[in-house]
Design a protein around this ligand. Structure first.
Ligand code: GDP
Ligand code: MG
Length: 680
């Protein structure tokens, strides 16, 4: 990357300071006032810098988010913006009622030695030559071409290049004037549209705001003042030009000395060309006005007249260029190296099946590894802060939730104590001895209990698989990010596979619950010990029942009403009590067995998914009729192609900008090393 390195910012700044370009000093002012035309010597020094910036502007470096130092002319409608630019350039611009300036007009004034002026417009990628007599008309035509015939406005700028003997080297942008009320034919939101354009130009810190104020208005009420204060509160980059001094001389001196509106760079009062005056006449008139007018002549000569304005602008522009250029160099370098590395990071363009196969295997391999970590091993280094991707923990949460839900849904306090058992026992009686507990009765109760909870395990597996589907799709999408053409295929594979796994799981858990209905069995000794413990309460229960208590306490059941039991004979009640205690002892075993089974099944299926099924499914999908085969990877996706193209263009542009900057840096370097004359 050595070819992309340019002298670093700070050393450049030092060099510029030594060249006297860092800031405008008194010496500069003196130098300027001695030479004729006023700005000539100064121009020689800043001209190459300005040319460089203009070239960068032409290359559209702003597209890369790099702002250039620019003098932006703002002002309310008819405040005299175009007139000020005319005065500076010595040419006629479109003037009239309403908005004539409907697109940004970049005015590049360049001094040149030939007595014949040269003018041309640049817009829509073309260069249109013109001359002083036709420039206004040419601008109007260009405006129509860009913003249409009507009163619409546009962000697309026109550049006007004026090469003339007597102009200062300045680049300025004239913007549409601000208007609150749309005139006939203008869009309703004209104010928003115009203020958007103005904000776009004056917001960057690199912009110098030239605020054009008419002497005839109260400054604090100007829209343009309000706007510039929004982006430059202290006014450190705002210069005010007060026009129409001839129309409102009363109180002008007080207005500019009071500075009610925070203009950091000061005021310049001017009188522009009026009527059919020639440029030279206009300057003479202006001079005369500020020399002889009883009120205007009191204003300090250092803040009146177009020549002073030109001089100040040139100075401000020079120091702004010197201040910004090192930063621009740095930004261009940064942006360039960023883009180069982004370009390198784009997926390689695969050109043969072997490469495609390798890329595909890498995607599968890395997806599998990620999924193993989060779904099986519980390692979350790839997603440290995303709880959703901490799958082992989340699956444990789901399982706990399911276990709680099973508990909740098997509790039914609504039924009266022992009545279910009594009902079943009554219907199970037969021609047999009375002291047997019929097994069919027990199974009947068990089955209705299992039925009551049988939805919970199904809902559980559905919930878990939906969750896993999101996780798997996300991981696959991430790992195939560089090959969007693969993504629909991998997503489809994941979705198909998981829906298959989900169905399998539903079948499996249904089977598990069905098995619980079929028979009552456990080898777990807890059942017997629990039942024995519960049965120990039976004598006291029967006793208390005889004593006419209305409520009794029973372990693992709680307090129960017993009033309704007095209608039944004791033998039946004893049997019913026994039956209930067996159910309680056994139901605990059933629920535990269910949860244990669900847990093992889940872990087993997830392992299967990650270790075996996923890969198979994706390969099948890719090789299947709608997959397009491994060759899919050979086509570059349009989005990557667009990105690559964009980076390439941007790199080309930045390299060009760097070259432009490189030239100027070399000259500064040479000038510093050999202590040659400061003019290049
Ligand atoms: P813009 O809308 O801000 O570009 O304003 P213009 O430059 O088109 O000027 C609006 C009107 O004010 C025009 O009729 C100009 O002739 C007039 N004008 C501008 N500057 C002066 C000035 O210094 N003195 C006088 N008397 N009229 C001026
Ligand atoms: Mg105008």
């Amino acid at each position: 990357m050595s070819q992309d390195s340019v002298p670093s910012g700070t050393s450049l700044e030092n060099k510029m300071a030594r060249l006297g370009l860092g800031s405008s000093t008194d010496e500069d002012a003196e130098l300027m006032s001695e030479s004729t035309p006023l700005y000539a010597t100064y121009n020689d020094r800043i001209r190459p810098l300005l040319d460089t910036v203009d070239k960068l502007r032409q290359l559209k470096v702003m597209k890369e988010g790099i702002e250039l130092p620019t003098i932006v002319v703002v002002g309310d409608q008819s405040s005299g913006k175009s007139s000020v630019l005319e005065s500076l350039a010595g040419i006629s611009l479109p003037r009239g009622i309403g908005i004539c300036t409907r697109v940004p007009l970049v005015m590049r004034l360049q001094q040149h030695s030939s007595p014949d002026p040269e003018l041309h417009l640049e817009y829509n990628n073309k260069e249109v030559p013109t001359d002083e007599a036709h420039v206004a008309q040419a601008i109007e035509e260009a405006t129509k071409e860009i913003a249409g015939d009507s009163k619409g406005i546009s962000h697309t700028p026109i550049t006007l290049v004026v090469k003339k003997k007597s102009v200062p080297d300045l680049t300025m942008v004239d913007l549409p004037g601000i208007t609150r009320v749309p005139v006939r034919g203008q869009p309703e939101d004209i104010y928003e549209q115009i203020s958007n354009i103005i904000m776009e130009y004056i917001t960057p810190k690199e912009s110098i705001i030239l605020n054009v104020l008419s002497a005839t208005v109260d400054f604090p009420t100007c829209e343009s003042i309000r706007m510039s204060q929004r982006v430059d509160r202290t006014g450190e980059r705002t210069l005010a030009v007060v026009t129409k001094a001839d129309q409102a001389p009363q109180g002008l001196l007080e207005k500019v000395t009071a500075d009610d509106v925070n203009i950091g760079l000061g005021y310049v009062c001017v009188k522009n060309r009026i009527g059919e005056e020639s440029y030279e006449e206009a300057r003479k008139e202006e001079m005369k006005l500020f020399e002889s007018h009883p009120l205007l002549s009191k204003i300090d000569k250092s803040i009146v007249g177009i020549p002073i304005l030109a001089q100040k602008l040139v100075q401000i522009q020079a120091s702004s260029l010197a201040k910004c250029l090192p930063d621009i160099v740095r930004k261009i370098n940064d942006k360039l190296s960023f883009n180069v590395s982004e370009l390198n990071r784009l997926p390689k363009h695969l050109s043969n099946v072997a490469d495609a196969m390798t890329a595909f295997m890498q995607i599968i391999g890395s997806s599998k590894e990620s999924l193993k970590k989060i779904l099986i091993r519980g390692e979350f280094d790839e997603y440290p802060d995303e709880k959703d991707m901490h799958c082992t923990a989340r699956m444990a949460d789901f399982l706990n939730g399911c276990s709680q839900e099973l508990d909740r849904s098997s509790r039914d306090s609504a039924k009266k104590f022992l009545m279910e058992e009594i009902k079943v026992l009554e219907e199970a009686k037969g021609i047999e001895l009375p002291n047997f507990l019929p097994r069919t009765a027990f199974l009947g109760i068990l089955q209705s209990r299992v039925k009551q909870i049988s939805n919970t395990p199904v809902e559980f597996v559905e919930k878990v698989w939906n969750y896993i589907e999101n996780v798997v799709v996300r991981v696959l999408t991430f790992h195939s990010e560089s090959y969007p053409q693969l993504q629909s295929c991998t997503r489809r594979a994941a979705q198909n596979l998981i829906s298959k796994m989900k169905n399998q799981s539903v079948d499996r858990v249904t089977e598990i619950t069905e098995m619980e209905k079929l028979t009552d069995y456990t080898c777990n000794p807890d059942y017997m010990s629990k039942w024995t413990k519960l049965m120990a309460q039976r004598p006291s229960f029967m006793d208390n029942l005889k004593r006419n208590h209305s409520k009794l306490k029973i372990e693992d059941v709680g307090e129960v009403e017993v009033e309704h039991l007095r209608d039944y004979n004791l033998a039946m009640l004893e049997k019913a009590f026994d039956m209930r205690m067996r159910i309680i002892a056994y139901w605990e075993i059933v629920l535990q067995r269910l949860v244990d089974n669900l847990a093992l099944h889940l872990v087993f299926s997830v392992q299967n998914l990650v270790n075996r099924e996923m890969e198979k499914e994706i390969v099948n999908e890719l090789m299947g009729p709608s997959g397009g085969g491994i060759e899919r990877l050979l086509e570059e996706s349009p989005s990557v192609a667009i990105k690559r193209e964009r980076f390439n263009q941007s790199i080309k542009l930045l390299r060009e900008c760097k070259e432009v900057l490189g030239n100027i840096m070399d000259r500064i370097e040479a000038a510093t090393i050999h202590h040659v004359d400061v003019s290049f």
